[in-house]
Design a binder for this molecule. Structure first.
Ligand SMILES: [Zn+2]
Length: 1020
């Protein structure tokens, strides 16, 4: 399928790996430029990026590194090899005066004749040299690896370091090939002061030919330098050679700019990928900070000499930024690259407005649905129920035929499996499944290995093409786990927990019995000795099984295997980002169906649609563990007598990270067949499959899905006492999805019965207690966040954000504040209605530009509003009421610009509330504090918070699908009106009258101002 291929190509973000990253300034620049980045060091000192701590002198550290480098997206590796033992600074003797003060005098450890270490070094020095040589050897191996794969390779060190001589010797020792490759590298040399350093340090960047040539630069001594030396700082002597180890920001950005060129040449994608979840939320106008801007910040880029003045409406930008909008590289200025600056030019207001008018609302322009599901949907809309039934019948018959033909082979396959896997996989028709996936062109055939070989619990899985690559490296290897298994087991088993709930013990006993009966585990074993005998060795790991209580009133007990405590998960390298089809995805799918039906795209039938959530039974347990890892999965629990019981797991554990990744790939393959082979438009979320069908075909779809799972041998809840049939409203992923209005293009999502009541009780308890712990806040936040997705409007998200802030102590909580927050939450909850999504409504958005100005105690307001549906335009100007300015300055001092900017949006929201009702609106604002406060629904400043609440208060009676975007001040058409200069933009938009901002009392009252008099801050 073409679409799927292009989907994969679009997702190839290049990977940059920085070894010996130090603070990670190079990594940071690469991240900013749009690379995926892994930064490795043996310690993390004040890093500016997440550092993966690996000791590359150890075998396990090196093993994990090779797992990381084995990525199909790897573009470049850079090594900032430690130069301590190779430094020539060691040969510059410390002056006698300083030595007398106690400055250490480091002796040279290497020389031209002996670059791998002088003879006769003392024990400590010898050890240092040995471990440095180990890393240099690794560097040679990585160099060879990179050459073989066409990966850009580079090493940085002082120009006059013995490292270079050491590498020459080591490459000769490695192989003739390595020595030749080493000679083919470029040695780019520059003075660090030419790239932002304060010192004239001559540095070399040994690298793949051509890539970093632009960095070469010689200092002309036309600027001051800081001297070299040694300083007393924080109780130790610091050599300035050491403090120079971190790359200056400018150098990092210029080096990454070189890599950006390579990435673009090779067709990689440097724009941040949009996650499936973000696409799903955009469809419902739920904005987060992760969404990309609709219009880029700059109109175009250019270069200028550093000495030349900055042109108007422009800004100097970092050389590595700019992404797709990069200008053409000027070949004749390459040589003096270091002296050129990159300049970004802002859109003029006219240019910006004209682009904005082309922009659709993200909820309409985002297509988040999977291609195979869209095709299934199209089929259901186009053909008669008879045709679809026939197609399903035919495809299922073929599958049954396949089963018959493969009977012998299937039996043989099973008989060759280890005995424990035969138990787990009994009844699974693996060959039929594989054949069907091949026949229908599935994109992740490697998934078959999880069934035939079992799921590896440690190490790394392959990277499937169906998910974007994202590497989260392990910190331990399987060998590490085995070597320390005995001791860690003793520690875990010896841990005395609190008293165990008898009901939980009973639950664990019942679970064990059931899993034994079904062949999911071996045992039970009453002692470590018995397990050791069973496995034939004692290098096995104990994994604690405990009970998690899920849900509030309708509490469900769920056994979890603690693979974190046992460190099993720390030995797993995950390589993909799981795109889960969560509730946002599912409601987006339902919305698409509603839209199609309402548009008359469905040719047959009543236009009514039904849904059902199909779930697999004991889903994880239907999949076997890789036989090589079974000894890492010995479960234990305490029975009701308090005795330890052991079980050796045969099938996937609930709690193992590897299980999550493998299982989702397996369930995705079943989802694919339901869509493609059975033509049921559906989603998948772990072991749940939300299915949709026209009413006329619902029973047929239900039977077909069950038949398919039966043929493949997957246990599932079939329609009957445990599984519900297709219905016009159904429970899915914790939500009630009501399809009864689908003919009219309407979809209602509501909370499961009882959830609202539980939330109200919770708030009452918190209010009475007068305090809230972080843990309670997390629980409440979880419940609320889940619940509020299914209510109309955005105001509950805002409550949510406040609760979390209160619990985490981000906001200083006083009981008075807590009590008022509880009241606010309860009143908002009670006023909330189920969320109604309408497929058919005016899609052309209302564009709103606002601005505030705060100069000489004048709070200016400006706005431009354009209704894309009617073509009407407004220009507004005005002033913030004096009482508000007084109140704010009393509370926060004289920096009021953020409040003014936000107020402009709030009052505009009030003035245009009827027009905005039910419409899409895109807001543009040039103040990030105001923008983020609205997107997050939260601000640390009480005055800002009050404004945020006021903005969302209108959502109850006049909901709008708002989306808040950034516009640079230079591009903002509302900027001039806020400075009392509206004429130009009025001419631009052909608007005759400038409207005054209005400040109704109802609104001022919400902001703490009552009829002319000031009330003391309620929420101060
Ligand atoms: Zn210089």
């Amino acid at each position: 399928m073409d679409e799927q291929v292009s989907h994969v190509q679009g997702s190839t973000t290049p990977l940059f790996v920085e070894l010996f990253a130090g603070r990670g300034s190079l990594s940071r620049a690469a991240l900013q430029a749009g690379f995926s980045v892994l930064s490795v060091d043996h310690e993390g000192h004040d890093p500016v990026v997440p550092i993966i701590q690996l000791d590359l002198t150890t075998e396990s550290g090196e093993a994990i590194l090779w797992d990381m480098l084995d990525s199909r997206q790897l573009l470049a590796v850079h090594l900032g090899l430690p130069c301590g033992t190779a430094s020539l600074a060691r040969e510059r003797p410390i002056s006698r005066a300083l030595q007398l003060q106690g400055v250490p005098n480091p002796p040279p450890l290497r020389s031209a004749e002996c670059p791998l270490g002088l003879p006769g070094l003392g024990e400590v020095h010898q050890a240092k040299v040995n471990s440095a040589n180990k890393l240099y050897w690794l560097a040679i191996k990585i160099m060879v690896f990179c050459f073989e794969r066409g990966i850009v390779f580079s090493i940085e060190n002082p120009e006059r370091s013995w490292l270079w001589a050491a590498l020459v010797q080591l490459s000769l020792q490695h192989s003739k090939e390595a020595a030749e490759l080493y000679n083919r590298l470029d040695k780019v040399t520059f003075h660090a002061c030419c790239h932002g350093s304060t010192r004239r340090k001559s540095t070399s960047w040994l690298s793949t030919r051509g890539v970093y040539a632009r960095l070469a630069a010689t200092c002309q001594n036309d600027h001051p330098h800081e001297p070299w030396g040694v300083r007393w700082n924080n109780g130790t002597w610091i050599f300035d050679t050491a403090s120079e180890a971190a790359y200056p920001v400018v150098l990092a950005q210029r080096a990454v700019a070189c890599l950006v060129d390579v990435a673009i040449q090779r067709g990689y994608n440097l724009t941040k990928l949009t996650r499936l979840h973000d696409m799903s939320t955009a469809v419902q106008a739920k904005q987060t900070r992760k969404h990309k801007p609709l219009i880029p910040e700059f109109h175009h880029f250019s270069k200028k000499k550093a000495a030349d003045p900055l042109p108007p409406n422009a800004k100097v930008v970092a050389p590595h930024l700019g992404g797709e909008n990069r200008e053409e590289q000027d070949s004749d200025v390459l040589q003096e690259g270091a002296q050129l600056e990159k300049v970004g030019f802002y859109h003029t207001p006219k240019q910006f407005v004209s682009r904005a008018m082309q922009t659709g609302h993200p909820m309409d322009t985002t297509d988040h649905l999977e291609q195979v599901t869209l095709e299934a949907l199209r089929f259901n809309l186009k053909y008669s129920p008879q045709v679809i039934e026939l197609e399903r019948k035919k495809n299922l018959l073929q599958a049954k035929l396949l089963a018959k033909q493969n009977e012998g082979l299937e039996a043989e396959l099973h008989s060759k499996l280890p005995a424990f896997m035969q138990k787990v996989l009994a009844g699974k028709r693996i060959l039929v499944w594989k054949n069907l996936l091949e026949k229908y062109g599935y994109d992740d055939m490697a998934v078959v290995g999880f069934m035939t070989k079992g799921v590896p619990l440690v190490g790394r899985h392959d990277t499937p093409p169906c998910y974007p690559e994202l590497i989260r490296p392990a910190s331990l290897t399987q060998e590490d786990l085995e070597n320390s298994a005995c001791w860690r087991r003793k520690a875990i088993l010896g841990k005395k927990g609190g008293k165990q709930d008898l009901a939980h013990a009973k639950h664990l006993e019942e679970t064990a019995k059931e899993e034994l009966d079904l062949g999911f585990v071996e045992g039970p074993f009453g002692s470590e000795q018995e397990v050791t005998e069973f496995l034939g060795h004692d290098r096995w790991m104990a994994v604690r099984r405990f009970v998690l209580v899920q849900g509030g009133a309708e509490a469900k007990l769920r056994p979890i295997d603690d693979c974190h405590e046992s460190q099993l998960n720390q030995a797993f390298t995950s390589t993909s980002y799981l795109q889960l089809q969560d509730m946002d995805y599912i409601s987006g799918l339902a919305l698409r169906i509603a839209e199609a039906v309402k548009n008359g795209e469905q040719r047959f039938g009543s236009g009514e649609w039904y849904g059902k959530c199909l779930d697999l039974s004991k889903a994880y347990k239907q999949v076997g563990i890789d036989p090589r890892h079974r000894h890492l999965a010995v479960l234990f629990y305490y029975d009701s007598n308090g005795a330890q019981q052991f079980l050796v797991a045969n099938s996937l554990m609930f709690g193992a990270t590897a299980a999550v990744y493998a299982f989702n790939r397996l369930s995705r393959s079943l989802w694919f067949l339901m869509n493609r082979m059975l033509l049921i438009p559906c989603g998948v979320f772990y072991d749940d499959f939300p299915l949709f069908s026209p009413k006329e075909l619902a029973q047929n779809a239900d039977e077909a899905a069950s038949s398919l799972l039966d043929i493949l041998g997957w246990r599932h809840a079939r329609t009957g006492p445990k599984g519900k049939p297709f219905e016009d409203q159904f429970q899915v992923l914790g939500c009630n999805l009501d399809l009864r209005g689908i003919k009219d293009g309407v979809l209602v999502t509501g909370n499961k019965p009882g959830r609202l009541e539980r939330l109200l009780e919770h708030f009452a308890r918190v209010k009475q207690a007068g305090r809230i712990s972080l843990h309670e806040a997390q629980i409440l936040h979880g419940l609320l966040r889940y619940a509020c997705g299914f209510f109309a409007g955005r105001h509950l998200h805002q409550v949510c954000a406040e609760i979390m802030a209160m619990g985490s102590g981000a906001v200083r909580s006083r009981s008075k504040d807590l009590s008022s927050l509880c009241d606010y939450a309860v009143s908002t909850l009670k006023a909330s209605r189920p969320r109604t999504l309408t497929a058919f409504s005016e899609k052309r958005p209302i564009l709103i530009f606002t601005d505030g100005a705060w100069e000489q105690n004048r709070g200016g307001l400006g706005a431009v509003v354009i209704d894309m549906a009617t073509g009407e335009k407004w220009v507004l100007a005005g002033l913030v009421p004096q009482q508000l300015l007084d109140r704010w300055s009393e509370l926060v001092g004289d920096q009021l610009i953020c409040q003014i900017e936000l107020y402009a949006m709030v009052t505009l929201r009030w003035m245009f509330k009827e027009r905005l009702n039910g419409r899409r609106s895109i807001w543009w604002v040039d103040n990030d504090a105001a923008r983020f406060a609205l997107i997050k629904g939260l601000s640390n400043s009480p005055t800002m918070l009050q404004l945020v609440r006021a903005f969302y208060a209108f959502e109850l009676s006049f909901p709008t699908f708002s989306w808040v975007e950034r516009v640079a001040s230079d591009s903002n058409p509302a900027d001039a009106p806020s400075r009392d200069n509206a004429s130009e933009v009025m001419a631009l938009l052909d608007v005759q009258h400038c409207l005054e901002f209005q400040h109704p009392e109802e609104l001022l009252a919400q902001l703490g101002i009552t009829a002319g008099q000031k009330r003391k801050g309620v929420n101060r």
